[in-house]
Design a protein around this ligand. Structure first.
Ligand SMILES: [Zn+2]
Length: 115
């Protein structure tokens, strides 16, 4: 598998894992996400697909472009805050990769963006 596609896949998996931990804990979801979290996940995955940085995508916290609508952004921040610390327990592999990426991908400077 191509390396870029691989890390993109990890990113998607991490996102889905975080939403599902959050939904399970907060909304007592069992096999599937509740409708709200399902919508949030679809939205986030779509944004990920459209990310202008592609495989060089920084962690969203460090991204100079905030592509989320304010409401969605708040929701996803809530999910990350809740699920972030739990990732090591539920998905240690994904958590480690996520942390490694965060260390490796420095924040992208605003001026380096070319449209
Ligand atoms: Zn939910």
């Amino acid at each position: 598998m191509q390396k870029d596609a691989y890390s993109f896949n990890i990113e998607k998996k991490t996102l889905a894992a975080m939403v599902s931990i959050y939904c399970r804990k907060q909304h007592q979801a069992k096999d599937r996400l509740c409708p709200d979290c399902g919508k949030l996940q679809d939205y986030a995955l779509q944004k990920l697909e459209q990310c202008v940085f592609g495989a060089k995508k920084p962690n969203c916290v460090h991204c100079p472009i905030h592509c989320y609508e304010p409401v969605r952004r708040q929701q996803i921040q809530k999910v990350m805050r809740h699920s972030g610390p739990l990732m090591l327990r539920y998905h240690p592999m994904l958590a480690v990769v996520h942390i490694a990426r965060r260390l490796r991908n420095r924040p992208i400077e605003k001026r380096s963006i070319k449209k």
